[in-house]
Design a protein around this ligand. Structure first.
Ligand SMILES: C[S@@+](CC[C@H](N)C(=O)[O-])C[C@H]1O[C@@H](n2cnc3c(N)ncnc32)[C@H](O)[C@@H]1O
Length: 368
């Protein structure tokens, strides 16, 4: 067993607003560097974890001497495209951000690194690059474990599938085993539900706006800091939108809306996109929370409260930013910076902390 300091150190690359870091800190890790180039996301990260180790800027501009040693590197380089399956051309320009990630691994020499990405990642040229570098290239002393994990299987109230890769030079580290299941057996627990996260939160938000507040990070003036209830604001849907929402029961979607209320493009599309204008269910996890969760036409984002017989007991609105943050497993007291759209992007892009914590716990067992 390797001896490491009491609290293992970590670098978070493409850190966003820090969802993954939340999970790793919960398991006792401490951050020595985070890199993020979107100003508002970097500010949210800095507000919650400290500005001194937060690098706001392009990862490509971080020089080798600015990269500290760390026990673990985490992060998900964005994938540019997935159409190039089979191409092993490591000079493909789309691989640039991946090469940056690997540059950090080679420089910081962590014992373990973690890559998080979308489910289809295994069909990308970036994945081919990674496999070839681990096979005979610059990270050949790391053994990889990889697979698609479902956040709900790790106690998150969301069915969010993510590709997770753990690279280790201290012996292969398996992906963490699920702790929850839809139909639990043995010592598995049942999936967490939307109710367990957002039940009891005011169903009728008192405002449609963020408070007017500004803060300073990286020498710049940024909207914030906002606390949980500050981002619990509603929208102002038209009467036509409200009429549409009113027809959608929990688990239902655009097919529950009478044709005369639908836009022509939906009326003419009789199959597919079943999540569109969907309503969540109280007693199940949500579907994936994406960056545009505030648009009902983008997925299953209507509030779960709906009663067949009592129209007063229907909540005809999308989930608020606060509710989305809780379904994404952020703590209730998390602080936020940015405009409404920027905060939504930060939330939708994040790795739910419960999933990150399960990975962190698995790695920590090996470090000690
Ligand atoms: C999927 S998000 C990361 C989410 C984060 N792991 C979390 O859990 O909250 C990817 C992030 O990479 C950032 N990014 C993309 N290209 C970058 C670059 N060249 N340098 C720094 N950050 C970059 C994006 O702004 C985005 O916030």
């Amino acid at each position: 067993m390797l001896q490491v300091s009491e609290r293992p150190s970590m670098i978070d690359l493409f850190a966003g607003c820090g969802g993954m870091t939340v999970g790793f800190h919960r398991e006792g890790f401490r951050s020595v560097l985070a890199v993020e180039w979107e100003r508002s996301a970097a500010a949210t990260y800095a507000a919650n974890f400290g500005e001194s180790h937060t690098h706001w800027g392009d990862i490509a501009d971080v020089t080798e001497d600015q990269i500290p040693e760390a026990d673990v590197i985490i992060g998900g380089p964005p994938c540019q495209g997935f159409s190039n399956l089979g191409s092993k051309d490591v000079n493909d320009p789309r691989n640039k951000l991946w090469k940056e990630y690997l540059r950090f691994v080679v420089t910081a020499r962590p014992q373990v690194f973690v890559i998080e990405n979308v489910q289809r990642f295994s069909k990308s040229s970036e994945f081919q690059l990674l496999l070839s570098e681990a096979d005979h290239g610059i990270i050949k002393d790391y053994e990889l474990s990889y697979g698609v994990l479902l956040a709900a299987d790790y106690g998150v109230a969301q069915r969010r599938p993510r590709t997770i890769i753990i690279g280790s030079r201290i012996g292969k580290i398996d992906l963490p085993r699920p702790t929850h299941a839809r139909v639990p057996t043995g010592d598995l627990l049942p999936w967490e539900t939307v109710r367990s996260r957002i039940g009891g939160i005011d169903e009728r938000p008192a405002t449609t706006e963020l408070p007017r507040a500004f803060t300073e990070y990286f020498g710049e003036r940024i909207p914030g800091l906002f606390k949980g209830m500050d981002i619990h604001f509603g929208r102002q849907p038209t009467q036509l939108s409200l009429d549409r929402y009113d027809h959608v029961p929990p688990g239902g979607g655009r097919f529950d809306v009478p044709p005369h209320l639908l836009p022509r493009c939906w009326r003419e599309k009789s199959t597919g996109t079943t999540d569109v204008m969907g309503r969540m269910r109280w007693d199940a996890p949500s579907l994936t929370i994406r960056t545009e969760f505030f648009k009902p036409e983008k997925g299953q984002y209507l509030h779960p409260q709906w009663d067949l017989y009592d129209r007063d007991r229907r909540v005809n609105r999308v989930i608020t930013h606060y509710e989305a943050s809780l379904l994404q497993d952020f703590p209730k007291d998390y602080l936020w910076c940015g405009t409404k759209t920027e905060i939504a992007k930060q939330i939708g892009n994040a790795v739910p902390s419960g999933l990150a914590a399960a990975i962190a716990a698995q790695i920590k067992r090996h470090l000690h």
